[in-house]
Design a protein around this ligand. Structure first.
Ligand SMILES: Nc1ncnc2c1ncn2[C@@H]1O[C@H](COP(=O)(O)OP(=O)(O)O)[C@@H](O)[C@H]1O
Ligand SMILES: Cc1cn([C@H]2C[C@H](O)[C@@H](COP(=O)(O)O)O2)c(=O)[nH]c1=O
Ligand SMILES: [Zn+2]
Length: 189
């Protein structure tokens, strides 16, 4: 479990990244950290890409229906304008953002803000997803979570797509994706 380096006192910014496959618990972990920050009376702003309308247009919702209020935005530059006077900035589904997001996070961290990112490290094809590789390179604290492979029960780090659609962006849940381990993922590629 991730233990915060500091919850109160001293404005030192940094970047935390929570990554992994679908169903690995990224959103639950993000919500857990944000609830703790609020308990510590920190001012928190939560963003998600407007394109992510899967469960809800405003809220961030986990597969187990835990949810927290967020602001949907079109591009990463909006975060710099909207995150004024805050202690913590959280961004869910970071893989869908533009290539400027890592620079935006750098600027926030330099302002003294704790930045918490959650996102898919790999797309359905097993390739690094959007700005996630750069965020993983820049982050001080990285948490890689694993789901359970639906085929064999080992740890899963791949998001297997059950449809033939080749577009990178395809919103969905168990209807379209299943978490798989390396062995079971490549068995059917
Ligand atoms: N195959 C699976 N492996 C692990 N968790 C699963 C699986 N299928 C469903 N879940 C549920 O998904 C939850 C995680 O949801 P969530 O935090 O939204 O994940 P993520 O944001 O990484 O997609 C788990 O707590 C569990 O209840
Ligand atoms: C692998 C993959 C996923 N997506 C979509 C499917 C879901 O709507 C989100 C991921 O949500 P989660 O919180 O991580 O479960 O991303 C996609 O568009 N393309 C992909 O390759
Ligand atoms: Zn497996």
């Amino acid at each position: 479990m991730f233990i915060e380096p500091s919850l109160a006192g001293g404005r030192r910014g940094w970047i935390e990244v929570i990554c992994g496959s679908m169903f690995s618990g990224k959103t639950e972990e993000l919500i857990r950290r944000l609830k703790r920050a609020r308990i510590a009376n920190l001012k928190v702003e939560i963003f998600k890409p407007a394109v992510d309308t899967r469960y809800d247009e405003m809220n961030i919702v986990s597969h187990d229906e835990n949810s927290i209020r967020s602001t949907p935005i079109e591009n990463s530059q909006q975060i710099l304008l909207l995150a004024q006077e805050v202690d913590v900035v959280a961004i869910d589904e970071a893989q869908f953002f533009d290539a400027e997001l890592p620079n935006v996070c750098d600027q926030l961290a330099l302002r003294g803000i704790r930045v918490i990112i959650a996102g898919l490290d790999m797309d359905f094809a097993g390739n690094p997803f959007g700005p996630m590789p750069a965020l993983l390179a820049k982050g001080e604290y990285i948490t890689k979570l694993h789901a359970i492979c639906v085929k064999c029960g080992h740890i899963a780090n791949f998001s297997y797509r059950k449809s033939q659609t080749k577009d990178t962006l395809l919103l969905g849940e168990k209807d379209l994706y299943e978490p798989r381990c390396r062995h079971c993922y490549y068995e059917e590629q």
